[in-house]
Design a binder for this molecule. Sequence first.
Ligand code: NDP
Ligand code: MG
Length: 391
Amino acid sequence: MRRKISIFGATGSIGQNTVDLVQRQGGAKNYNVIALSGAANMALLAQQAIDLHAEIAITALPEKLPELQALLQNTNIETAAGADAIAEAATREINWGMSAIVGAAGLNASLGIARQGATLALANKESIVCAGELLLRECRKYNATLLPVDSEHSAVFQALQGADHGALQRIILTASGGPFKDFSLAQMQDVTPAQAAAHPKWDMGQRISIDSATMFNKALEVIEAKHLFNCEPAQIEVIIHPQSIIHSMVEFVDGAILAHLGNPDMRGPIGYALNHPNRNPLPLEHLDFSKLSRLDFQAPDPTRFPALRLAYRVLETGGLSGAVFNASKEAAMDGFLAGKIGFLDMALLVEKALNDPYLNDQIAADVFSQNVITKIDLAARQFVNALIKNG
Ligand code: NDP
Ligand code: MG
């Protein structure tokens, strides 16, 4: 039987790699592709939909619908537009779904896939950061299999296969350190979005690349790890490892540490999630130890990278503080991209949002209610936007 699959965020960095692997594994011959979604890039979305014989192609942007319709007019592929259309497409029955939209906008796709009782390949870490309890509850309720696609969490997941979970001592997440690993605070003050988006090791979308430069990406990943592996905050450590060869590690109570290694290529974790529980050959360069001169490690500097400290604060606070954290971070990045605030201001604004009494009051609200999560997300964005506007 051909597996029914959908790819949300198909036109992005993760999405294109996913489509590439699906194509290499037989494409429409071996997969029954239901939904593909994108936002701005209609030429690519239409081509992907034609190549994979998708049932429906959806753009998040209603103004892009005429272009998509024109590109697909001589096909029997359905078209639709808007966030609601993506949410609807995510209710269509599948066995496997990739959640690779960027930002909290990806939550509906993640929830939709989970509610199919399908395998949820989760690249969109924002879903689990802002709505971890809800997403995990829905996975349990509908018997969905959640497979992390984030390279670090895929590494931990793989290292924990067959392990004695009760004997887990530590999860050690590796971080490349991003492009400003060795910058002084004064140098970081003036960096531009283009500099921040140029990641030294991983080829990724713009927003996650900037999150790597601030280490907000690792901060999101600390929160993601807590939810996925159900551990205490003190059990999660971050270490800078600039070569990005070790993708993360787990330590057990007997002192044994298992590490997952490979060249940095997202087709590794995407392919693992696509083929799970099997492993198929993947089109990536295998690691040649004779060409590795060294593996370096250093502790992250909390002064230059305050995002990590804020992540542990979110874990201690619990409730919906992850939603405030993620939304204020997204709004601050919008301000940075628009040239309204500096690079270092992003963490300052997120900390202000976490300190705000009104937002803090909301944090204790129902962690399982999607409406409440959406409301807090909006309130945190408005809070940050008002601070940016008022200088
Ligand atoms: P990209 O920016 O490359 O792609 C994002 C995708 O989402 C595109 O398909 C884009 O469409 C679409 N999109 C953008 N805005 C919206 C919106 N408001 N509503 C619906 N769709 C939208 O991002 P990445 O592929 O880098 O990242 C995707 C997710 O995966 C993120 O959550 C990221 O944190 C996570 N991730 C990414 C990794 C990577 O290596 N890239 C590694 C680990 C996790 P279009 O391009 O057509 O405008
Ligand atoms: Mg990662």
